[in-house]
Design a protein around this ligand. Structure first.
Ligand code: CAA
Length: 274
């Protein structure tokens, strides 16, 4: 297990604000500031960037990553409001750049990342979840971009990824009103792809999905993610070229040769991730 130190803890301890655990083929990243509803302080953003980079450098046998918040009340309730109070405009922009860098690193990770939302996913919290590949949530979850209540706008990708996820008109309505929505609405919109009664069921369901993904060629899953992320928001002609390049790259892999041979030989494939 690796972690980052939180120099801000009110109890004076250097307990981790973000933790990474590896359990078999599943890695779990936990934002652990429950007293502040896991708000994204600069230390949390740095910690997330560091741990995602660590996974990218050494994915090992991992098949996927779960991202969650500690404490059972929130996934993440947004960027840390107290840390933003005295910032200059340029420092504000640097905060946004930090959040965007984390989102980009999650999207660049060649592993699927499931946002496991149990409680509030607001502002930067929803933006963090949107940077993941998909969102699973408990019935107790709440979603929204409340930045306008603070005189702010979404700064970690909400104006970019929310319209892609739910359509531009609804994204505008959500961002302009700052209203929260429950899991019923979020699931109906396709923002949440699976819902669960409680946290235990959520984590079991997410692990089950990583298990299904892990039975496939890791090379193909990583290529599919690369193309899907790269193509998001691009014109059809550009997206098509990205898909052709990804398809070409699949032919470079041992997994593709093995998968096709196994089908033709009517046996199970033995993928190696190469
Ligand atoms: N930043 C810093 N601290 C936060 C926080 C945040 N985003 N959200 C909650 N907290 C803290 C509260 O200040 C409180 O701390 P204290 O106990 O020390 O007072 C603690 O977490 C518990 O919160 P509440 O007492 O407010 O709990 P509640 O149940 O009454 O309300 C809530 C829960 C509706 C989520 C409410 O906390 C809230 O509205 N939080 C702010 C949500 C928000 O505005 N998020 C967007 C932030 S800006 C942003 O994210 C910009 C961007 O796009 C990058």
């Amino acid at each position: 297990m690796t972690s980052n130190d939180d120099v801000e803890r009110s109890d004076g301890t250097a307990a981790p604000v973000v933790r990474l655990e590896r359990d078999g083929r599943v890695a779990t990243i936990t934002v652990d500031r429950p007293k502040a509803l896991n708000a994204l302080s600069p230390e949390v953003l740095d910690g997330l960037a560091e741990l995602v980079a660590e996974l990218a450098a050494d994915p090992g046998e991992l098949a996927g990553v779960l991202l969650l918040g500690a404490g059972g009340r929130a996934f993440v309730a947004g960027a840390d409001i107290s840390a933003m109070a005295g910032l200059t405009p340029d420092e504000g922009a640097q905060t946004a750049e930090r959040g965007h860098a984390v989102a980009a690193a999650i999207e660049a990770l060649p592993l699927p990342v499931i946002a496991c939302v149990d409680g509030y996913a607001l502002g930067g919290g929803l933006e963090l979840a949107l940077a993941c590949d998909f969102i699973y949530a408990t019935e107790a979850s709440r979603f929204g971009q409340p930045e306008v209540h603070l005189g702010l706008i979404p700064g970690f990708g909400g104006t970019v990824r929310l319209p892609r996820a739910v359509g531009p008109a609804l994204a505008k309505e959500l961002i302009y009103t700052g209203r929260q929505m429950g899991v019923d609405e979020a699931a109906r919109l396709g923002l949440v792809t699976r819902r669960f009664d409680d946290r235990e069921a959520l984590l079991a369901g997410a692990r089950e999905t990583i298990g299904l993904i892990g039975a496939n060629a890791a090379t193909a899953v990583a290529l599919a993610k690369r193309v899907l992320v790269g193509a998001a928001g691009t014109p059809t002609a550009t997206a098509t070229l990205l898909e052709i390049e990804g398809f070409r790259d699949a032919f470079r892999t041992e997994d593709m040769r093995e998968g096709v041979a196994a089908f033709l030989e009517k046996r199970d494939p033995a993928f190696t991730g190469r």
